[in-house]
Write a protein that binds this ligand. Structure first.
Ligand code: XIL
Length: 385
């Protein structure tokens, strides 16, 4: 009896410690699925396989095997027309997964009007024609920005009336040319500084603070059907800036300025706080405007380290962050305000971040050969759930 009890106790404690191990393993797995902490790096190859297959399970059947197939709102990609014309893999990743194209660079002012009064439509026309043939929409980016200003504008001499005419002519020529084919535009891009003050851009200097409102009016006159957006980078640590943008949006609406939506660029990192992000999206959504996550990419190497190592833990954190963005967007933004989510290009080697910082990174959903990454499946799972 005593022996039996002793054996029984040993068995019980073995079962208890086995349960504890299983429980700890489950918690660890759950943490790695939901965590945004890139330091969760002790993950074993076995766990990586479980995480990966759990994410990939969502793509089991052909009909639910593409981003646009599983999403309940438009999924866009910023596209480079040269790559589209020359790379079949780029083209097929785009056509298969996306139903919207943003013009990454070709519709910026320096490209569309490189010389005063001389417009070069070739690249943007190519994207518009491609989109039409493939049943996609085009989002125009961007009419007025402090970057990508052509030299002739930087050197322009004239009074405020002459500057007004220059700005109005650009907006109305471009929006007019694409009337009916580019159905939405980023009208003004990045007008605010991090501290919430208006950027003292060339436009501000010559036209005053209310140039923003007039840009919307000019665009609306040229195409009353087009949906007009204010677009900015929403660094979540810059609440002064998002508060200032929010105040401007409300002011424009109160004055009946024709603005339809706001773009949150969403150039973030695996480390970006999801709760602060949720608050910013919720704040902007409370304006009732359409909400566009307009330039999504996620840095893995957020400290721009020269000794960055691509571990399974970092891959998991990246996939989890893409998943979280899709879930936050769906959870926070009312259906009628969901304009869509746009990835800022397709393959890792196409990303502007590599040329910006020259440090190693893998910020997008496809690798350099346009194979789907774990993050593709993370994003897809977020879109599906
Ligand atoms: C970037 C492009 O991706 C690069 O190819 C280009 O060299 C510079 O501009 N915010 C914006 C985008 O609104 O227009 C920028 O695009 C990225 C930051």
């Amino acid at each position: 009896m005593a022996n039996y009890t002793a054996t029984n106790n040993t068995q019980n404690s073995t079962i208890r410690s086995f349960r504890a191990v299983v429980f700890a393993a489950l918690i660890a797995l759950l943490f790695n699925l939901t965590s945004c902490n890139p330091k969760a790096d002790a993950i074993s190859p076995e766990t990586e396989t479980i995480v990966a297959s759990s994410l990939r399970a969502v793509a089991s059947s052909d009909s639910s095997n593409t981003l646009k197939g599983v999403a309940s709102f438009p999924i866009g990609a910023a596209i480079n027309p040269q790559l589209l014309a020359s790379n079949a893999l780029y083209k097929s990743a785009l056509v298969k997964n996306y139903n919207s194209i943003s013009t990454e660079n070709c519709a910026k002012m320096n490209r569309l009007q490189p010389k005063a009064g001389q417009f070069n439509w070739t690249d943007t026309d190519a994207l518009v024609n491609f989109a039409r043939q493939n049943n996609m929409k085009v989002h125009g980016h961007t009419l007025i920005w402090h970057v990508a200003v052509p030299t002739w504008v930087t050197n322009f001499q004239g009074d405020s009336l002459a500057w007004e005419k220059l700005m109005k002519t650009h907006i109305q020529t471009v929006v007019g040319h694409y009337k009916g084919s580019i159905k939405s535009w980023d009208v003004v891009n990045e007008a605010f500084e991090a501290d919430g003050s208006l950027r003292k851009s060339i436009w501000y200097q010559h036209l005053g603070a209310d140039y923003i409102a007039r840009c919307f009016q000019y665009a609306h006159e040229a195409d009353p059907q087009a949906l007009l957006f204010y677009n900015d980078n929403n660094s979540v640590y810059q609440t002064k800036k998002s508060d200032a943008v929010y105040a401007m949006l409300k002011n424009l609406k109160q004055r009946n300025i024709p603005i339809n939506g706001v773009g949150l660029q969403m150039h973030i990192t695996v480390n970006t706080s999801e709760s602060i992000l949720t608050n910013v999206i919720r704040q902007y959504a409370s304006t009732g405007l359409l909400i566009h996550i307009s330039e999504l990419d996620i840095r893995m190497n957020y400290s721009l380290s020269t000794t960055f190592v691509l571990t399974d833990a970092v891959k998991n954190a990246h996939a989890s962050k893409y998943k979280a963005i899709a879930k936050i967007y769906k959870g926070v933004v009312a259906k009628a305000q969901q304009f869509g989510i746009t990835n800022w290009n397709l393959g890792d080697s196409d990303s502007w971040l590599l040329t910006e910082s020259k440090s190693e990174d893998h910020p997008l959903l496809f690798d350099e050969n346009y194979n789907r990454k774990l993050s593709f499946y993370g994003f897809m799972q977020g879109l599906t759930e």
